[in-house]
Design a protein. Structure first.
Length: 335
């Protein structure tokens, strides 16, 4: 175990330069893999971080080495004070990006640009309007699709996140890849992950291997180019020769990328999660509100980070429903 002075280095020597901040627990969609059917117990408003608190906590992380902040949720853009939050965070010396379902993102183009946001990840799991309505429980496909085109036209770097599920959208993998022929977009296929209330089971998940088998069956070997992954990238990136865009697979279940993990997560109610799969949290917001320094709490939380998937280091453990329910639903973590 390494001893270090940096509060953002864990006991395995991993430095954490990337903070994902969830701004809100609510969403204007209801994706079944993310939000339990019965809804979730929302935190009282007074328990959520205010704009100033988000800034203060984010600044502490930046002062200690964070260089990238991604805003997420729930749906971050439905938070009323999102313009102020963007403006305040833009004053920090970080790369600021956002993950959104893009339903209302057309109203925010200028604000995003003015605050230096260049990279936007958008969720879209199907190219079929009826299936979109089925998975998100809302009829917003056309809006989202048109907004993806708008973001590209406006010059943003757009990644599209598609959570793959057997008997739902595994038959659209090639259609998604074909989209990259003319669109300069990266389609990221995400292995369906278990969280509280999302009725996960291994048979619903489409694996990295399954995706690549399909790709190999549909394209010639010499057309499939393996791209160089960025450092700390969670995805394995590919491109079809001559296509404008690319595609990638995020294999958190079958092939976790924990060795190079540099991420920490802050929930909308101010809890620090040292891993997406971790069932333990550290209460930064209460510490801040009590007037105490948050650095020691951050240091302890980072030091306690498990080597692999919040301690679920085997596929057997990952499949234990008891362990999923100790974690939050994804909508209250922020993916
Ligand atoms: N509302 C925004 C959106 O949908 O992009 C941001 C929040 S959402 C929780 C962030 C990401 O988490 C989305 O790309 C979504 O697809 C992903 N996600 C949610 N539940 C998931 C699950 N069970 N397995 C894999 N990815 C999931
Ligand atoms: Fe909302 Fe995003 Fe979760 Fe879908 S994945 S319910 S859009 S937070």
């Amino acid at each position: 175990m390494t001893k270090t002075n940096s509060i953002l280095q864990d006991s395995f020597g991993r430095d954490h330069a990337y903070l994902r901040i969830s701004l809100i627990e609510k969403c204007n969609l209801r994706c079944s893999y993310c939000m339990p059917e019965e809804g979730i117990q929302l935190s009282p408003k007074s328990h959520l971080m205010t704009c100033n608190e988000i800034y203060t906590i984010a600044k502490t992380f930046v002062d200690n080495g964070v260089t990238k902040i991604r805003l997420t949720g729930g749906e971050p853009l439905i938070r009323k004070d999102i313009p102020e939050i963007l403006q305040k965070l833009a004053t920090l010396n970080v790369e600021l990006s956002i993950t959104s379902n893009a339903v209302i993102i057309d109203r925010f183009i200028d604000i995003l640009k003015a605050n230096g946001v260049k990279k936007i990840n958008v969720s879209l799991d199907t190219l079929d309007r009826d299936k979109f309505k089925q998975i998100t429980r809302r009829d917003q496909f056309t809006k989202v699709y048109n907004n993806i085109l708008l973001l590209i036209k406006e010059g943003f770097i757009v990644k599209v996140n598609a959570v793959l599920m057997n008997d739902f959208n595994e038959n659209e993998i090639i259609d998604f890849i074909n989209l990259t022929k003319d669109l300069p977009v990266s389609i990221r296929f995400i292995e369906f992950m278990p969280f509280d209330g999302n009725k996960w089971n291994m048979s619903k998940m489409v694996s990295y291997k399954q995706v690549m088998n399909l790709v190999n069956a549909n394209f010639n070997k010499n057309e499939i180019l393996r791209l160089q992954d960025a450092p700390n990238d969670t995805s394995k990136n590919y491109k079809i020769k001559g296509y404008k865009g690319s595609f990638a697979i995020i294999s958190s279940v079958t092939n976790p990328f924990c060795d190079s993990c540099n991420r920490l997560r802050l929930t909308a109610n101010g809890q620090l999660k040292n891993c997406l799969f971790s069932s333990t949290e550290s209460d930064l917001l209460t510490t801040l509100r009590e007037g105490n320094p948050i650095e020691p709490v951050i240091k302890k939380a980072v030091e306690a980070k498990f080597k692999i998937r919040g301690g679920m280091n085997t596929l057997k453990k990952l499949q234990e429903p008891k362990l999923h329910s100790q974690n939050r639903s994804m909508i209250t973590i922020g993916g």
